[in-house]
Design a protein around this ligand. Sequence first.
Ligand code: ZN
Length: 422
Amino acid sequence: MKSQRKRSLRRHVVRLGLLCSLGCGRTPVPPAPAPQPPVLVLAPQPAPQIPDAPQMPPALVTEHQQRLGREPLGVLLLKSGVGHEDVVSSVAVMQPLLDVRRMRPSEMVGVRLESGKLSQLTIRRAGDDGIPQTITVTRAPSGAFESRADSLEIRKVTEAVSGVVKSTLYESMIALGESPSLINQFVDVFGSAVDFYREVYNGDAFKLVVEKRYAGDRFIGYGRVVAAEYRQASRTLRGFAHTSGDGRPGYYDDKGRSLLTAFLKTPMEFTRITSRFGSRFHPVLKENKAHNGVDYGAPTGTPVWSVADGKVLSAAYQGACGNAVMIQHSNGILTGYCHLSRFGAAIKTGMRINQKQVIGYVGTTGRSTGPHLHFLMKKNGGYVNPQTLDVPRKQGLAGAELEAFKSVLPSLATQLDAIPSA
Ligand SMILES: [Zn+2]
């Protein structure tokens, strides 16, 4: 017991202040006139009896921050030197603000002990919507615990992002300080028109308007891309967001026509593809000119989705193709996904599949020298190049939906036009 206590003290930051410099005279901040979160009070607890505790000097304050990790909060508190009864009552007083059983390992737990007794407990976490939240439990002068939750105010700012592709779209957007989730959003806007893995060229230019959320000055996440443009030597694509009356989001051109066809160009999340680094010159791709299909390098286990609605023709081991899923689509088109490490949950011959439904995971089964997806497409029995496949667009907007879209389009188009061309 003694040696354990010694060890734990060494781990802590120990501050031995003048009497009361750090805490014992601390009183809870009186409620400001601003609206306050609810304060909960539990009945005072008797001081815990610690049988062989050494005499602590007055106002010995120890503070201690760590990630929750895999253990329950109660266990962490006990290991941090909090007495059993204080563990029970501090957790109880927080319970209406935070379900401790649903805490995540990454959440930060701060414990402050004064003269060996819990004086403050803080939990720093991402609350609803990823908004940073701090839950604080403090001991009131009466000895009872009180809890409160503070969230930073969230600012939503519409911002423009633009640039020119040098080497790859991925690298160019990362170089602007943006993150993969924005890249995936952008790629999804034009997901039926461009294979951003293979059809991207130096000098292509991109622009987008996106809502960004900040907590204080800290960026905490993207909202939706509301307008986007991709300009290539031969064409300029533009997409504008619209959510239909029944809640379905989509992207449309300036005539209200859908940007998507029944088929997506890429069978997995763009930012998971490893050869995005100079993909067009990747040796695996060169080698592929000899065979039918497209190879996407990606780590084993990366989810692979069906590029269109369809029906599973087979999900089985097939020689050189390894674990493979074949899907029959409309218009006599078949797609195949080879070398999978495993199949998607419950994927069976004959079942219906939706576009973007996960049908398996990248692997290197069959004749393959490393983890990648071999993606093939056939039409009426013959191989076709997925890049050049021409299929009709999905249904566009009409009637009241089109009118609603047209009423916001000018403002979206103006925002896009206002971004200087790079
Ligand atoms: Zn291949």
